[in-house]
Design a binder for this molecule. Sequence first.
Ligand code: FMN
Length: 156
Amino acid sequence: VSTGGVTDQILEAMTSPVAVVTSRSDGNLNGMTAAWMCQVSYSPVMIAVSIAPERYTHELIIAGKVFAVNLLSEDQAHLGRHFGFGTGRGNDRFSGIDHNACETGAPILNDCYGYIDCKLVSTFNAGDHTLFIGEVLKISFDERKRPLIFNTKDFF
Ligand SMILES: Cc1cc2nc3c(=O)[nH]c(=O)nc-3n(C[C@H](O)[C@H](O)[C@H](O)COP(=O)(O)O)c2cc1C
């Protein structure tokens, strides 16, 4: 199956939020924008994120075995663009962006819609991406905000 045209249109019906997936290993922190993610288990609660092997964040998740999904709010598409192009390798993407850490030490962006802090429990190859499954350790969200839902025209 090739993507493009009608295939892209159909896949867009599989809506997803826009998040900044962060990780840490030793003293190194990074975050990148991701839209390919979903819940995969209820008890315990687990989520999956799909990350390409060439991403610096991929390297940190493998090494640190933790990640956090920072769900952006509808007025934060600019953060999605900030973390969504180029790479954080050798470049501090958090400079000037308020963040802290929670259970796992993966960066939590302040003022997001919410976050899901996870420990890595499984890793699967998925074509040109890797599926990371995380067990959720902590969740928080701001019920006054609304999540940003991925729409191609906001980013590409
Ligand atoms: C809206 C949007 C969604 C994205 N979703 C994904 C995704 O689900 N998985 C992925 O591997 N890359 C995704 N990317 C690309 C990465 O965010 C981008 O390559 C990033 O700069 C990698 O940073 P890093 O090398 O510092 O980890 C997305 C980019 C944008 C703008």
